[in-house]
Ligand binder design. Structure first.
Ligand code: PHE
Length: 359
């Protein structure tokens, strides 16, 4: 029997090392160690062997079994590894290949400018917040100190989604300011957020579309004051338009949700029909702003005796037109491929303050 064992070991190890795939290897395993396998058959013969030899042969057979099982394991690892190597080589993609320009789209100027605005404010420590396009009357107006009979409602050309006059009637938000309320109610000062998104007013001409984009800014803390508002907006304007020392003008204005309220203009020139931001004698209005009205803080669940804040709202489409010299707002939403190719931005360039904001 010893001879049989030695021969079997030699044959089986040979078969193991020669099996070229996992299926073949499993065949070898079954033929050796399975119920009807060669090693199992030898085990069964042990019963007929003399008692004094049986113990030694039994131990020998167990060693055979172990060594075959171990050889199969090792072989399986090798086969699995080379199978993985083969797949990795076969499924390799060269990610450094250039994108084929005819196959990819461009980033819309609104998305581009939104990304630029987020990059700048996030660098200043702001977080990005969002709110729904369909708002309750209360968030869009009431909580912002614009009660139902308030004349300021007339400025908004609101799309009402229900004829009924009540605080929870749905409207398409006319500005991003309702996000101020939602954010104040959901968090605690210090608050430092911007909220970009779609807004709606029933209005349409060269510079107005029924759907447009705004970005809201809100900062609330114990000692927030107008100097913070001015410094923050200056940092933004200079980073966004990439000019130093832009003249900025704060004109007294009125919004029910801020007091005092200011509209902000930036200096510009129109030489030879070309608009240039910074310097010159012209002024361009770019946003509305002010110190958050105490009643608005209260509606946001914030104690106006302890906290104060500033807020601003800016038209994204408008600053996109100014920065990139795009004349007609309506074309933004025409989905005209020629326009998109002309004014669109490279799809894989994310704007950052370090890498650059513009193309
Ligand atoms: N919500 C105002 C608008 O749409 C802009 C604004 C926001 C003004 C925040 C002041 C403070 O015109």
């Amino acid at each position: 029997m010893q001879e049989q064992i030695d021969k079997l070991r030699h044959d089986l190890l040979e078969q193991v090392s020669q099996s070229g795939d996992l299926k073949g290897l499993d065949g070898v395993r079954v033929a050796a160690l399975g119920k009807k396998g060669a090693v199992t058959a030898l085990m069964k013969q042990l019963g007929q062997v003399d008692a004094d030899q049986r113990r030694e042969l039994g131990a020998e057979l167990n060693r055979l079994k172990d060594s075959i099982a171990e050889a199969i394991e090792t072989r399986r690892d090798d086969l699995e590894r080379s199978e993985l190597d083969r797949r990795l080589a076969e499924e390799r993609i060269d990610v450094t290949l250039p994108v084929r320009p005819e196959l990819h789209g461009t980033v819309h100027p609104v998305s581009q400018v939104t990304n630029e605005i987020m990059a700048i404010f996030c660098e200043l420590g702001f977080e990005v917040a969002e709110g729904p396009d369909i708002e309750d009357d209360w968030y869009n107006f009431g909580a912002l100190n614009i009660p139902p009979e308030h004349p300021a409602r007339q400025d908004h050309d609101t799309f009402y989604l229900s004829a009924q006059d009540r605080a929870d009637r749905p409207v398409l938000r006319t500005h991003t300011s309702p996000v101020q309320i939602r954010n104040m109610l959901a968090s605690k000062p210090p608050i430092r957020i911007i909220a970009p998104g779609r807004t709606y007013r029933s209005d349409s001409d060269m510079t107005h579309t029924p759907m447009f984009h705004q970005v809201e800014g809100l900062v609330v803390d114990e000692k927030t004051h107008m100097g913070h508002l001015k410094g923050c907006l200056r940092d933004f304007v200079e980073a966004f338009f990439q000019v130093d020392d832009v003249p900025m003008r704060y004109r007294p204005s009125y919004f029910p949700f801020t007091s005092p309220s200011m509209e902000v203009d930036i200096g510009c020139s129109f030489e030879g029909g070309q608009l240039k931001i910074g310097g010159g004698h012209g002024w361009l209005e770019i946003l509305g702003s002010g110190m958050v009205h105490p009643r608005v803080l209260k509606n946001g669940g914030i104690d106006p005796d302890k906290y104060q804040g500033f807020a601003f709202g800016m038209g994204i489409d408008r600053v996109a037109m100014l920065k990139y010299g795009i004349p007609d707002l309506r074309a933004f939403f025409d989905a005209d491929l020629r326009w998109l190719r002309h004014y669109g931005f490279a799809a894989l360039d994310m704007p950052t303050l370090y890498g650059g904001l513009a193309r």
